[in-house]
Structure formats: structure tokens, C-alpha cells
Design a protein around this ligand. Sequence first.
Ligand SMILES: Cc1cc2nc3c(=O)[nH]c(=O)nc-3n(C[C@H](O)[C@H](O)[C@H](O)COP(=O)(O)OP(=O)(O)OC[C@H]3O[C@@H](n4cnc5c(N)ncnc54)[C@H](O)[C@@H]3O)c2cc1C
Length: 479
Amino acid sequence: MSTATTRTLTSRTLAFRTLDGSTVNLDRAEVGAALGANVLFPDTGGYAEARAIWNAMVERRPAAILRAASEPDVIKAVAFARAKRLLLAVKGGGHNIAGSALVEGGLVIDLSLMRKIVVDPAARSARVEPGATLAEVDGATQQHGLIVPTGINSTTGIAGLTLGGGFGWTTRKLGLTIDNLKSARVVTADGEIRQVDRERHPDLYWAIRGGGGNFGVVTEFEFALHPLGPEVVAGLVVHPFDEVGPVLEQYQAALARASDDLTCWAVMRKAPPLPFLPSEWHGREVLVLAMCHVGPRAEAEAATADLRKIGKPIADVVGPMPFVGWQQALDPLLTPGARNYWKSHDVAAFGEEAVEILRDGVATLPTEECEIFIGHVGGAMTRVPAAATAWPNRAPHFVVNVHTRWREAKDDDRCRAWARRLHERLAPHAMGSVYVNFIPDDEARVNDAYGRNFERLASVKRRFDPANLFRTNQNIAPR
Ligand SMILES: Cc1cc2nc3c(=O)[nH]c(=O)nc-3n(C[C@H](O)[C@H](O)[C@H](O)COP(=O)(O)OP(=O)(O)OC[C@H]3O[C@@H](n4cnc5c(N)ncnc54)[C@H](O)[C@@H]3O)c2cc1C
């Protein structure tokens, strides 16, 4: 146990880590008076739950966690952290792979109590508080036959996903989540609330669309909504992994012909014991094509046929289902509580050499739960200029995510080494860019994530957060 933690537990004084790396002792009563009744300390009930995040590998003990119930709570916490120069973290859904929602010895603003969603079907817009999950956003908007384009795992927080960019089954048709962000309310480092949109604080509005949590705490997002569902045609086609070469080749060709209504991602892993898979395949290496057609129902059969006729699949379970059901279909493979380490590349195309590397990677999967995940983005997101938002890579591409997942700390080194090795070998076949939300905590690739947008981000950061109060994230230092 660290000295800071010991002191936190044993005295009325709390030891906080500060922005300059030193420690400051604050009276517990003073912290309580400044932050209000919802503040939690390591020895108060609810602290353990508030400290829980998706990636169990990240172990950090904040000195205090404020469960913010409203925007004024957020303002108070930002003002207190600024005045005392405390290390500060912001927790939305707690899913970030780097565990950036927590900071050792610092103050955390936990937004999970702020999850109100107000849908205006006539205006086709929704106002969403930052503690909401994707499932809650889908649930509220689908009541009106509408959606916000988001990601593929329903327990993910809307806040971190949006601030990093956000892509999923509807990106090709409707763009990234940030392409559908109409406005936001941001509490900046000076404690001011800024309503940002195209007209008001356009630089800040630009920066939060991909620039992560660097610029302030978003207390409300306003999204554009689109009609969709309630049913889509979606599901999985499972191939023997031995066929990876021809299947990936035909998969890429089919995607190039596909309309923006169709999205298909590929997952390579050992088959879980899914009821529709013959039992002899359980635990064996497979390549899964996961697809979703969000266009007119009458076109779905023909649209998906190109992908479904590839090779000789072991199983094909593509069919009509509720969109909200499909949004949750992969949740059981991505539950919180496991140890996780991700390494990611953007890749334009998979040639023979890259496929060989994937083949080696799958041959050496360190656990049953590890996988190589290939997302695909294109279509509507490519029609937004690269300088229009902070997200820079607007070319169609694959997002390769080496998902390393295991249960025991003793396997940390072995599992991370597998991911790093595979990632290193894929690097010559990659575009150089990376999705900021897929960067683990031991990697300094923020420059790669922003490319030509980096300098502008650093200068917006200087204007709105010159002391780098919001630094517990994939950090853009002020310049
Ligand atoms: C299982 C799983 C599946 C995923 N699938 C997808 C996917 O399909 N598509 C996709 O695009 N991404 C996906 N992601 C990545 C996801 O977008 C990021 O992990 C994102 O950071 C999660 O947001 P969060 O609010 O849950 O995380 P948190 O860990 O709570 O937040 C991450 C960071 O965002 C910032 N932040 C959060 N809330 C606020 C706020 N209100 N104001 C300011 N800053 C804030 C903070 O810096 C914080 O450290 C997935 C992640 C996981 C774990």
C-alpha cells in the first residue's frame, strides 16, 4: 500500500497528489465542505463501486471521488481541483482501456449519476448527460424509431466514446458519433460553462469532436438523431480460421462493392461455446464475419449475400433482429472485470504478408478470450473533411484491435508480450494513425492519433486549459 493511501485511511487528513507531482495534505472536512455530500473517500461506503472500471488490470486509488449529481457539482469539483492544483480524472462509463477514469491519489469526478436523456423526436435531437451508457441512449431513442450512431458494446459510456470519435455499425451510413454531435455544454478549467456548437466557441466545439477529455468536462451532449429500425438484418457468419486468406480477400472485395447500409467486421479468436456452433468447433480457431445491414429491409437479403456466399462457413446466423438487440449481441464477450490490454493500428488493406502475421497471431493466442478484432469504417465518415473535426483519418480503413484478455495477474507479462509482438509486426502494414480510444496506458501515440490536427489541438488546449488540469487522459499538452 502506498504512503498516500495509508495516510488517507488512517487520519482525518487526506493526502492528494498534485499537478506538479508533490503531495498536499487536505483536511477531510474541508474537502467535504467544498465538494458536498456525494464525495467518497477510501473508507466510506460506495467508494469501491465508484472506483470500479471496465479494465480490471488498472488498479488506482483516488484520494476522493465526487459522484457528481449535476452540473454545479462538476463546476465545484473543477474549481476545487484547480485551486488546490490536484490531479484530476473524469469518469464517464469507465470503459477506457487505459483506465484514464481513475487517478492514483487524485480527485475523480464520477459522472455516473448524471444519465438523463431527453429525446425531441420532432427536432430529431437528443440531449444526453455524460453518465449514460450506449444501451441507455439506444433504449431512449429507439422508443421513437431513432438512433444516435455510436459503438458496438452497449455498456460503453457515451461520454468517452463521443469525445474520442465513436464508430460502430452505422458509421458508414451516418458518420461517426462526433459527426452527429450538434452541441455540448463544457465546464472548462476556469470553471466556466461553455455552450459549444458551430457558432459558439467553434474551436472548442472542433476540439471536443475527437480530442478526448482534454478540454473540460462535458455535462451534456446534444446529438442529431436518425430514423432506424426497430429491426435490422444482422448476425454472424463463422468460418474455419484455416480459410483466413481467401475469406479476408473476398471480405475486402465485398466491402468495396457494398453500399453504406452494410457494415461488416471480422473477429479472429477461439470459438466460444455458442449454441449455434457445432460442439466440435468450440475452442477452435475461427474467423467470424459480424455484419449489420441498416438499409431498407427489402434490400437486406441481396446486400448481405455477397458476404454470406464467401467460402464454406461453419455457421450463418444472419437475420432480422431488433437493432437494440444487435447492439448488445457482443456484450457477453466484453464484460467488465477481466484484465485487458489492447494495441491498435489503422490499416488500409490486408495483403498476403499482413494475413500471414494475423495467422501467426491466432496460432499463438495466449488465452481463450484473446482476439484480433477488425472494425471497418468508411462511407459517410469519409465525406467529412479531415480538418473539420479533431479526428484526422477520414480515409476508409480497418481498425485492427489486438484484444488481449485474461483473468490472472500472473499472465500479465505473457499476454502483453503477445499483443506487443503482433502489433509491432503489423506496423509496416499500417497507416500510422490510431484511434485515440484504443490506446493503452503504456503508449505515447497521441501524436499519431491526431496527425495534422495535433498542432491546432495543442493550441486550443493552451487557450482553454493552460495548466493542463485535464491531463489524466490521452493527453495533449498545451502549446
Ligand atoms: C468493450 C469495449 C467496446 C468498445 N467498443 C467501441 C466501439 O464500438 N466504438 C468506439 O468508438 N469505441 C469503442 N470502445 C472504446 C470506447 O469508446 C472508449 O473506451 C471510451 O473512452 C469509453 O468511454 P467511457 O465514458 O466509458 O470511458 P471512461 O473511462 O469513463 O472515460 C474515458 C475518458 O474520457 C474522458 N471523459 C469521459 N467522460 C467525460 C466527460 N463527460 N467530459 C470530459 N471528459 C470525459 C476522460 O478523459 C476519461 O478518462 C470500446 C471500449 C470497450 C471497453
